[in-house]
Design a protein around this ligand. Sequence first.
Ligand SMILES: Cc1cc2nc3c(=O)[nH]c(=O)nc-3n(C[C@H](O)[C@H](O)[C@H](O)COP(=O)(O)OP(=O)(O)OC[C@H]3O[C@@H](n4cnc5c(N)ncnc54)[C@H](O)[C@@H]3O)c2cc1C
Length: 404
Amino acid sequence: MVEFSLDLNEDQIQIQKWVHEFAESVIRPVAHEWDEREETPWPVIQEAAKVGLYSFDFLASCFADPTGLQMPVVMEEMTWGDAGIALAIFGSTLAVAGIFTNGTPEQQGEFIPQCFGTPDDVKIAAFGVSEPDAGSDVSSLKSRAVYDEAKDEWVLNGTKTWITNGGIANTHVLVMSVAPELGSRGQASFVVPEGTPGISQGQKFKKMGIRASHTAEVVLEDCRVPSRCLLGGKEKLDERLARVREGKKSSTQAAMATFEASRPLVGAQAVGIARAAYEYSLEYAKERKQFNRAIIENQAIAFKLADMKTQIDAARLLVWRAAWMARNGRRFESGEGSMSKLFAGETAVRVTEEAIQILGGYGYVREYPVERWHRDSKIFTIFEGTSEIQRLVISRAISGLHIN
Ligand SMILES: Cc1cc2nc3c(=O)[nH]c(=O)nc-3n(C[C@H](O)[C@H](O)[C@H](O)COP(=O)(O)OP(=O)(O)OC[C@H]3O[C@@H](n4cnc5c(N)ncnc54)[C@H](O)[C@@H]3O)c2cc1C
């Protein structure tokens, strides 16, 4: 186990600088354009692949960092650049996490590289759990995977919704119900590789924020995948289902295992937006003069900035703690992963709103980035578990009771 430290080591600092430079010189200048276009920023993803930022090797080296802090540091810098573009670049990460958490070493070796492609032929991936009638309540998934023994294939049917990169991804990782009567314990994750017939994009959503990130429905109509696409394998699934049917505890819930690991990273992204808004409004408050003095010389404005900075630092501390715990095998006894996502997400909303207030009318128009940051921030209280669901996880963890 590595001791928790607030001092980043030399490698971490170098990577932080490198990612920050990318965010500043490649992402920020085009953030407004892609927000307006509401399209996947392929040239930026390709540039990230070219410099090695969008690659399995880079991701693997970040996740291998024994302190657990490398990935949150990278996420914060990228999202400081722009949340929508950062999600377009790192949207594949959830699918990779799904394969990594639930797949065998052979499946990891086969499918993870397919999520990235190569710098000359970039690929992206999507992770789909949510459905029209199953958002917060992931135990009620209706999408079915049925085993066809004669062909040793699984047949997937149903509709996934709100899926980042949904339908345009080369690889989809989808959580499906295999035994509906068992709820969330009767689910399994499947990889749908590129070119598989029967998978298509449904409606593409027009969103309030993170508009450079593609969000759409994924429709499955008799979509057949070979049995090696069931993550973890059939034998393990059969054993797990048998244990659940006998009333024994099952250790794996496919969707939950993936989300638990990713929550601190979502929190880190929220910290990135909040920091962007704080830095911008701090500079603005020092320069903007009204009544012959800089507006920051009014306590009303200076105190806002003091609160913003305090909340951002507190959010980052929660994120780093959870990331360190997850990497070092510490159990989230009090829902620490959820705490980090909850607090960071709500901080991003509050801080970006205060930033608008500090800029006054200039905060409210699209010529300035602050209104975009506020629109972008709101998703962090919704996806990967709403704030209410994070509070449920925490309150159940601290009370040992099934709070509703
Ligand atoms: C831009 C975007 C990208 C997304 N990307 C993905 C993705 O890549 N993959 C994926 O699988 N999903 C994705 N999602 C889906 C996202 O995770 C869900 O929207 C989220 O889980 C909430 O589900 P819902 O929208 O159905 O809301 P609901 O579950 O219907 O919730 C509505 C409201 O009720 C509250 N609520 C529900 N149950 C309770 C309860 N028990 N106690 C208290 N309050 C409750 C919620 O907190 C919320 O305020 C994405 C969503 C968006 C908007």
